[in-house]
Design a protein around this ligand. Sequence first.
Ligand code: NDP
Length: 393
Amino acid sequence: MKKTTLIIGAGGVSRVVVHKCVMNADVFGKIVLASRTVSKCDEIRAELPDADIETAALDADSTDAVIALIETIKADIVINVALPYQDLTIMDACIATKTPYLDTANYEHPDEAKFEYKLQWERNEAFKQEGIMGLLGSGFDPGATNVFCAYAQKHYFDEIHTIDILDCNAGDHGYPFATNFNPEINLREVSAKGRYWENGEWIETEPMEIMQVWDYPEVGPKDSYLLYHEEMESLVKHIKGLKRIRFFMTFGQSYLKHMEVLQNVGMLGIEPVQHKGMEIVPIEFLKTLLPDPASLGPRTKGKTNIGIVAEGIKDGVKKKIYIYQVKDHEECYAETNSQGVSYTTGVPAMIGAKLMLKGIWSGEGVFNMEQLDPDPFMQEMMEQGLPWKIKEL
Ligand code: NDP
């Protein structure tokens, strides 16, 4: 029987997910695209006039509203590409309706710049009880990077001792300052303190305190700064013998200067301030001023390169490998009307959902990507526009 796929959110990532689900319509069937602003859903639908897509207005902060929509359309899966703030309400609606769930980013509370899996993992029992699968973090990082780690563990190592996740976006959109995905989420992430894990402990650093230059294939050497990133929280639990894991992201000097100034003048604040008798949250106001990430697509040139370097032991011998994926922004735009960051997030979301709908990835409870067999996901990446490479270092 033809499936029904509910996609929640109609931003940059969603646009890619919708395009890619339509390219795999034999699996996804009918698509219902629902978001807070229905006109954004209609815009995406208009790009795919021959596809079986319906749109709907939905406030996903309301579990009841999500339940009602899932029940009305009889969704077979929910792909959550709204914001991390909606993760819990949507998960709860999936539990109430026994519907499989997938997202690309872990839960964050709007009033606290802190993200962690705790509250999502706590729903593991409920997902088990209802006999459904929840797949967490099926984007690129988290997402493909977790799968790269699982692939390295499965095929290349007896034990992995260190992992560095390396995220480079060498795209140029021509604006003095803009973010490649939701500005609020992005700026909260990069202005926070850095953190990495070593010998069983989390070590905190000042924001941008640790930098290394990494020579990214097809891009070149780039300053890469240590950040905390959510996939480390699950990888330290699931990768055998791990002694250290770090995450690095590239930033240009101009981006960092803008960030520093915005931080110093208080524009990254998440607490409401009074302005002419009105309450405004500085970072939300900044979001209003900055270019919409979805509008960067036609302007962005250059490549992304995201991967992992893993070091460990195989048959008693030390070994180091680099698994990475390079994507060209203009190629992404030609295929899906979106820039590379949305593309590299949206394609893994589609792949995760495809493997779930086909029953290739299955289980009851809440899963992080590295807990599942990496091979079918890696194979799909090759076929769906995200070919990867492995180098022995
Ligand atoms: P956008 O801001 O472009 O899109 C978010 C969409 O969610 C908008 O359409 C927005 O609606 C909608 N939305 C917000 N609140 C609600 C609500 N209460 N109910 C219904 N819809 C709502 O974000 P992106 O597309 O850039 O990012 C989407 C997700 O992907 C985020 O969670 C982000 O963290 C994640 N991500 C993950 C990455 C990874 O590699 N794992 C990388 C990049 C992003 P409206 O238009 O009305 O505001």
